[in-house]
Design a protein around this ligand. Sequence first.
Ligand code: GLN
Length: 552
Amino acid sequence: MARASSGHKYIFVVGGVMSGVGKGIASSSIATLLKARGLKVTSIKIDPYINVDAGTMNPTEHGEVFVLEDGLETDQDMGNYERFLNQNIPSINYMTTGSVYLSVIKRERNLEYAGKNVEVVPDIPLEVISRIKKAAETADADVTTIEIGGTVGEYQNILFLEAIRMMKSENPDDVATVLVSYLPIPGSIGEMKTKPTQYAARTLNSAGVFADIIIARAPITIDEKRRQKIALFCNVKPEHVISAPDVKSVYDVPLNFEKENLSGQLCEILKMNKCSATSDLKEWEAFVAKSKNGNKEVKIAVVGKYFDSGDFVLSDVYISVLEAIKYSCYAVGAKPRIDYISSRQFEKGEGLSKLSSYDGVLVPGGFGETGIEGKLKVIQYARENNIPYFGLCYGMQLMTVEYARNVAGLSGAHTTEINPKTPDPVIAILPDQVEKLAKKNYGGTMRLGAYPCELLPGTIAQESYKEKTISERHRHRYEVNPEYVARLEKAGLVFSGKSPDGVLMEIAELPKSVHPFFLGTQFHPEFRARPLTPHPLFTAFIKAAVESGEKK
Ligand code: GLN
């Protein structure tokens, strides 16, 4: 029986036909549009895998691991939500099948079910529902979007569909479901086909869930005939079929949805009286316009190791980094041209001169041995040839190793992650990590989430942030070895950001008089870069790259 509404509204976003239809961008865009209608919004992601969080997965499996302020390692979609909404999202907003089962099993072990038979249904969906409601309450959200990973019809996400069904039957007016589906145009037929979407809608129906809105993803805009066909066969009004053709930039998606009045339709379906009649998208439109107006091309090489998947290039692995570069380019009126380069090709020290055609080089975070010597050669080349260099996490640690070896005279220097027997462990394991690794306690145990950092006046870092103390997100087990700080400083490396107790080196750089931009951060600034608020360090790097390009 329906209960009185709690005042919170919920929009579930599910995917049909195939993975990769853009549920994440659809969820982010819906949330952005509802925020632009004056509503308080938050966004949840549910992932169907058994991993308790995304931290133990290789990024080539599932894309970038995004880290929240409070340290949870999540799917990259959480990054999309934060970027689109320009707001931090707490860890209660992320769950996986593994994390849900873990809570239920722990509760059972604690006798919290008071002797009851604990069952997959309803106890798993009930745990999902309780987390969704807690997230809505924590954010005091008028409306919460909940993206369900996977594709309808998969065995893996059936319990999440059951959670939708249960929430809807409790409060029909508070729950809406959006099916993001795909309409292929097979080359041999040359016609847009609706049948896969019809099947997806019916599969959803068989779980007791009915789509209120169908987002019709396709290479091109859907025509009237197919809109009517989908409406007829999938039980939705024609105006609830939203056309979503391929776009050059994901940031166009909210604006395209709005042309079809998507947020207006949702406000109506959910009877959201607070929803203002029009959406205020001025800032977003200004950002999108800027993203198209850049004239000077700036060429950035991102040198990493996780780029190949069969014959395809996986740029998703570094998505926050790539987006951060773009925002700063747009902010300074430049047009980004980003090339992904695998560091393995430089292992022998050959082919480095191709880097001189770039205006800037960036080495992102990473783990393990693959491609390390190649990255070190790239960093040395950038330093010696005055190419602006930006190192993130591993990119900062390796920059320190390179400097120790080639400038401070410690030729055998290394990180103990790669060579535990190095004569000069300039990068060493954080003391509290030793025991965790000895016990194979890997999941969720790195130094994670936001920590404060104090900046040294007169440095590039401090002049970029224009603040004394900042806070940034971390994900690492190793650090600059405090025993080597004095020697590295003496050799000219400046530690311009340190933890408030002075023990952890958070930013390393060379003075501007020595190099136009040679800077690395132990933290991941990319997790805080947003379209409407680009990151100050990325902007400083891009400015240096633009200037270096102009000199060529
Ligand atoms: N592998 C390094 C560490 O664990 C760097 C991690 C990273 O780049 N995120 O400290």
